[in-house]
Design a protein around this ligand. Sequence first.
Ligand SMILES: [Zn+2]
Length: 151
Amino acid sequence: MRRNFLKSLGISLLSVIFFPYKFLYSATKKIINKNLTDEQKNILFNEGTERPFTSSLLKEKREGFYHCANCDVKLFSSNSKFDSGTGWPSFTEALPGAFKTKIDYTLGMKRIEYHCANCGVHHGHVFEDGPSETGKRYCNNGLCLIFKPSN
Ligand SMILES: [Zn+2]
């Protein structure tokens, strides 16, 4: 009897803890790619940031497209990739309509956050100090992208 009581108490406590988390998770964005790692989920859904100079995409120089790791839509062409020296994959422009933006005041500064227009997951921040005529620098977490070479 006491055992059952403790067991059901445990289950209801768990659901109290997990319900808001799950609710927040599913309110606007959904996990489409079931193979995402915990680290990817933290960046994509909780606006986390990967450690700089850790992305294998920093050295990627082939022609192709960078897709959303969650929903697989094309976000960047390899033509817009450049080495910003920041430690994150960087691009001078996104494909038309690929992202939506919002103003982000975390870290005590005003930054423009951008997220996938299709599935809503976080990708990075865009700055106005890019090297090309667009003036933009898309600073993207490598873990949010999947590169697909053209051939
Ligand atoms: Zn997406």
